[in-house]
Design a protein around this ligand. Structure first.
Ligand SMILES: NC(=O)c1ccc[n+]([C@@H]2O[C@H](COP(=O)([O-])OP(=O)(O)OC[C@H]3O[C@@H](n4cnc5c(N)ncnc54)[C@H](O)[C@@H]3O)[C@@H](O)[C@H]2O)c1
Length: 252
């Protein structure tokens, strides 16, 4: 079977809800033992029970906790094969009103948190000479812009810059480092933007649909597989064609 993850151990940060939950589900269906690391204990426990995985309370902005969760996974399961660094927040703020605290919180969770988990995970992966890291970035920032999300877009573009250099540093250690760039995926986080936002987005996506968390999970599953060993420092855009149209006819 292609993309068989049997016997492999995966950590999905932000896996309690939304896209992370979709990733956790698909990796679990492919045979991986999935550990969900999230600040949301209630939904984290529920998702872990649903997919037959485990839950670890984890705030990715706490470096000591990141280290102890990853050490704990290696101790309990013998290895960490796959890291999905998926945690992300996206509160909106226009530049004119943005505070230093808004900026720091966004970069703290989305960029510094990613740095903490990827550093701790790749250190243990390097010891075994095998690993798969998949970062959840976005189209927003690296490809597109959205009013209110300049700090978010900056964080998502930063993730890709980080990913490319880390991919090079890990290239001879059997570790690949890639990213997925979701478009509009129907999660609670996206629903929180309101019905008007969701309708506007459907209208500008050629499929006229929003994606599902599992749509992202399937792409992550490929990048997390042994078969993707020669793919590193790359991204897959999963957006229903949202970034393609050059004319309104494409959206009729
Ligand atoms: N939903 C979309 O359309 C979309 C599009 C592009 C990219 N993304 C990216 O996908 C990722 C997941 O987004 P989502 O829509 O599923 O959001 P979500 O809000 O539904 O889920 C995010 C998860 O991260 C957890 N989390 C938040 N702060 C944390 C922290 N400090 N430590 C650990 N866990 C924490 C939350 O508890 C939650 O379970 C994010 O990185 C986001 O930027 C989402």
């Amino acid at each position: 079977m292609l993309f068989d993850l049997s016997g492999q151990v995966a950590l999905v940060t932000g896996g309690a809800n939304g896209i992370g939950k979709g990733i956790a589900k698909v990796l679990s269906q492919a045979g991986a033992k999935v550990v969900i690391g999230d600040v949301d204990e209630v939904n984290g426990q529920a998702t872990a029970a649903e997919i037959g995985g485990a839950f670890q309370a984890l705030d990715v902005t706490d470096q000591a906790q990141v280290q102890s969760v990853i050490d704990g996974i290696v101790k309990a399961h013998g290895a960490l094969d796959i890291l999905c660094s998926n945690t992300g927040i996206f509160p909106q703020a226009r530049l004119a009103d943005m505070t230093e605290a808004d900026w720091d919180r966004m970069q703290g969770v989305n960029v510094k948190g990613m740095f903490f988990v990827v550093q701790a995970a790749t250190r243990v992966m390097a010891q075994r000479g095998y690993g798969r890291v998949v970062i959840t970035s976005s189209i927003t920032g690296p490809v597109t812009g959205f009013p209110g999300w300049s700090h978010y877009g900056a964080s998502k573009a930063a993730q890709l810059g980080f990913m490319r250099s880390v991919a090079l540093e890990c290239a001879r250690q059997g570790i690949t480092v890639n990213a997925v760039q979701p478009g509009n995926i129907l999660t609670d986080g996206l629903k929180a933007q309101g019905e008007k936002y969701l309708d506007q987005q459907r209208a500008i996506i050629p499929t006229h649909t929003l994606g599902t968390p599992e749509d992202i999970g399937y792409a992550v599953c490929y990048l997390a597989s042994r078969e993707a060993s020669f793919v590193t420092g790359q991204t897959i855009i999963i957006d229903g064609g949202q970034i393609l149209p050059e004319s309104p006819e494409a959206l009729l």
